[in-house]
Design a protein around this ligand. Structure first.
Ligand code: HEC
Ligand code: HEC
Length: 380
């Protein structure tokens, strides 16, 4: 070390200079030794609360989930015939011996519901990791207004609302813990929501914390809410029959399901008339933006176009299985409906193959895409 560096190091020590990236010193613009030290776990502004002091109860999945758990963990869950009175009927329910889950009857709401216990310690662990990893976008209070959120389109999710779009759980239900963990692990392609390589314990804690941001009567604090699992896909019924799947997928997409009423269509006028049994194809090379495609963010409508599969990024995966799950579950809070139940699984699988094939053949392949799309326009 030469004299010059020694002098510089001495100067930095004596004036208490902090690094510009230290948020504790950013706070008042010039850093000073008078500020409390940055908390060891996270580099959050010094006034951000990192402790959660109260235990809480959050809405748990229902009867079916308990039955499955009871089978998987013999002895832990018991069926209690406690006979809680509801309008003269008598009900019983599941409870676990570790006090983490139970059912409760709320006479005020006249409703029997299952609840999951979450301790203040777990919430504090989740809060600390949340502040460190998620708050820059989702906000310290979870409302989606983090420091980096301003220019993000689509915006980061507001967890105090709460609504979820890509959890692969039926769009009318809240996602299960497993669905949320899976989503955060895999991230959303083409968005700033990246895959998170955190441990399962950390993710488990963060997810409980995110759920606990539900305000009274909403989300996981809503006694009527349903917590659902990732949609069941079953085995791919088209395995080994790709050409048939694609033909059927094309038919269902433009026929029964009319996906082209929002997304673009991908067949010629002649093929369209054949599929629909006589309808004349209108120009559907690009869908018109519709009022229904606006995703409401705290009263600010954000226009989210139904993607063109040959052009846009698909956020929640492009394998046939990913696409089956997306199409089957729908996208909460948007115009994209849930198809499971209204179409046979076989047809949803066929469309998953069809959409997958469009992506494989034309996305990021400008020459092939342009030839394909202009072919549709010319109608040959
Ligand atoms: C760099 C910004 C950024 C960070 C950091 C970030 N997210 Fe996100 N997150 C987003 C954006 C943007 C979206 C919305 C994407 C969309 O709608 O396409 C999102 C969406 C989500 C969703 C909603 C998915 C759905 O189904 O609707 C969850 C859950 C989520 N983030 C959890 C987390 C967690 C947990 C962390 C921390 C481990 C985190 N995010 C960190 C930007 C971020
Ligand atoms: C009423 C309009 C509407 C209909 C009908 C519709 N969608 Fe969508 N779809 C949307 C919108 C809007 C989005 C974008 C949502 C977003 O980005 O938040 C979307 C998104 C998607 C995505 C991408 C999800 C992702 O991970 O990014 C797929 C795949 C998809 N739709 C497939 C289909 C298929 C297949 C059909 C027909 C069975 C269909 N959609 C019918 C409106 C619709």
């Amino acid at each position: 070390m030469n004299t010059l560096t020694l002098v510089l190091a001495g100067a930095a020590l004596s004036t208490g200079l902090a690094f510009p990236s230290d948020p504790a010193s950013d706070e008042d613009g010039h850093g000073s030794a008078a500020l409390p030290p940055t908390p060891t776990h996270v580099r959050a502004p010094h006034d951000v609360v990192l402790e959660v002091t109260e235990d809480t109860w959050l809405k748990a999945p229902g009867e079916d989930w308990f039955e499955a758990q009871a089978e998987a963990q013999p002895g832990r869950f018991e069926y209690v015939e406690e006979l809680v009175e509801i309008d003269g009927d008598y009900e019983a329910g599941w409870r676990d011996n570790e006090g983490e889950f139970e059912y409760r009857y709320d006479p005020e709401e006249d409703e029997l519901a299952y609840w999951q216990f979450v301790s203040a310690e777990q919430l504090t662990r989740g809060r600390r990791d949340y502040v460190q990893f998620c708050a820059s976008c989702h906000g310290f209070d979870g409302a989606g207004y983090g420091r980096s959120a301003q220019h993000l389109r689509p915006p980061p999710r507001n967890f105090t609302k709460p609504a979820f779009k890509f959890s692969k759980v039926a769009s009318s239900q809240l996602p299960s813990d497993e669905a949320l963990v899976r989503l955060v692990k895999r991230g959303l392609d083409g968005t700033p929501m990246l895959p998170w390589a955190l441990s399962d314990e950390q993710l488990g804690d963060i997810v409980q914390y995110v759920k606990s941001l539900s305000p009274p009567g909403r989300g996981w604090r809503d006694i009527y809410a349903e917590v659902g699992q990732i949609v069941e896909s079953g085995d791919d019924p088209w395995a080994g029959r790709k050409a048939e799947a694609l033909e059927r997928g094309e038919e269902v997409y433009h026929g029964t399901a009319r996906c082209h009423s929002c997304h673009p269509g991908y067949v010629t006028p002649a093929r369209f008339t054949e599929i629909t049994g006589g309808e004349v194809r209108e120009d559907f090379t690009y869908p018109l933006a519709k009022a229904t495609d606006k995703y409401d963010v705290d009263g600010h409508p954000v226009l989210l176009l139904p993607p063109d599969f040959t052009w846009h990024d698909i956020r929640s995966g492009t394998t046939p299985l990913d696409l089956f799950e997306t199409i089957a579950s729908g996208i909460g809070g948007t115009a994209m409906p849930q198809w499971k139940g209204s179409l046979p699984d076989e047809d949803i699988w066929a469309m998953a193959h069809y959409v997958h094939d469009l992506i494989e053949n034309y996305k990021d392949k400008p020459v092939e895409r342009s030839r394909f799309m202009s072919g549709l326009r010319r109608g040959n």
